[in-house]
Ligand binder design. Structure first.
Ligand SMILES: Nc1ncnc2c1ncn2[C@@H]1O[C@H](COP(=O)(O)OP(=O)(O)OP(=O)(O)O)[C@@H](O)[C@H]1O
Length: 289
């Protein structure tokens, strides 16, 4: 959680009638779902180009998996999607990232708004260990000094923990420290904390790599539920996981020290069963990487 993870408490939106043709796709919570589009994104660390003209549309309400061998630029690409790349002093960037058509890198788009709209869950669960479970969920509000009544906060805590798939396990011990939860529970707490700032997109960087298979399955189920209300982009090294959870995949590759590019992207089922590129076939079938 950074000082830029900010939010206001918004009342739940009542269910709506089905959208008219051409209207924005609505999520399960009634808010419109957002798409994210990277156009010709090139990234550098110092003089070293690590991504070269990467374009990818991440459709609203879908789960997009970024796959590829170590070092091909998946995490860098993910961090570009919520402007975390620019936190590295030597980092540079060209191209555009459009959230529902608005360029996140346009000077008009405030950094705080970009990070609020596009949330991030990290590889290692990082709750505030001494804070209670309840305080962890509300941390984004606290950091910004956003005022909310006790009952609004209670509602938000229950709503976010439910959506994060953790409510039933912690509802009787909301004042216990977040650090006392298991690794899988901590990761779901971090997801709930991200949801409290009502992101339109949730980025997940190998969110299950530190977890056991049971916790991994629970997080995967949580992701599938969440995709009804937030667009998800996940980096994973686990091909079974990519196949289980994602609607579409993008295969990144950085051959022989060249910058990372997307070799192939598309429907997950098709990419796993009928890849167009031999390198994709070799990777998804575990022949390298
Ligand atoms: N802060 C940094 N400073 C300099 N180079 C970096 C930095 N972060 C990443 N890189 C380099 O950028 C390239 C892409 O790294 P990145 O972490 O995005 O790859 P990745 O595909 O996510 O790898 P992995 O799967 O191992 O996490 C690598 O060559 C890496 O060494």
């Amino acid at each position: 959680m950074t000082l830029d993870d900010r939010t206001t408490v918004l009342p739940p939106v009542p269910p709506q009638a089905p959208a008219a043709p051409g209207a924005p796709l609505d999520g399960a919570d009634g808010r419109s779902l957002a798409s994210l589009e990277a156009r010709e994104v090139t990234a550098w660390f110092g003089d070293r180009k690590v991504l070269d003209r990467v374009s990818l549309t991440m459709p609203a309400g879908r789960i997009t998996a970024l796959i590829g061998p170590s070092g091909c630029g998946k995490s860098t690409f993910l961090r570009i999607l919520n402007r975390m790349h620019e936190l590295v002093p030597s980092a540079a960037l060209a191209g555009e990232v459009l959230l529902d058509g608005d360029d996140l890198y346009d000077p008009q788009f405030k950094l705080t708004d970009a990070r609020r709209a596009v949330g991030m869950v990290f590889q290692k669960p990082n709750p505030f260990p001494a804070m209670s479970i309840r305080e962890n969920v509300l941390a984004g509000l606290k950091l910004t000094g956003t005022r909310a009544s006790r009952s609004d906060k209670d509602d938000l805590v229950e709503q976010c923990l439910t959506r994060g798939g953790l409510w039933n396990e912690v509802k009787d011990r909301l004042d216990a420290p977040g650090g006392g939860l298991s690794g899988g529970q901590q990761q779901r707490l971090c997801i709930a904390r991200s949801l409290a700032i009502r992101p339109k997109v949730l980025l997940m960087d190998e969110p299950c790599s530190a977890l056991d298979p049971t916790s991994t399955r629970v997080i995967e189920e949580t992701m599938k539920e969440l995709a009804q209300e937030v667009t998800i982009v996940i980096v994973t090294h686990n091909m079974q996981q990519a196949a289980r959870v994602s609607d579409q995949c993008a295969f990144f590759l950085a051959a022989h020290g060249t910058p990372g590019v997307i070799v192939e992207h598309g429907d997950t089922e098709a990419m796993f069963s009928r890849p167009r590129d031999q390198r994709t076939a070799d990777y998804v079938h575990g022949r390298f990487g």
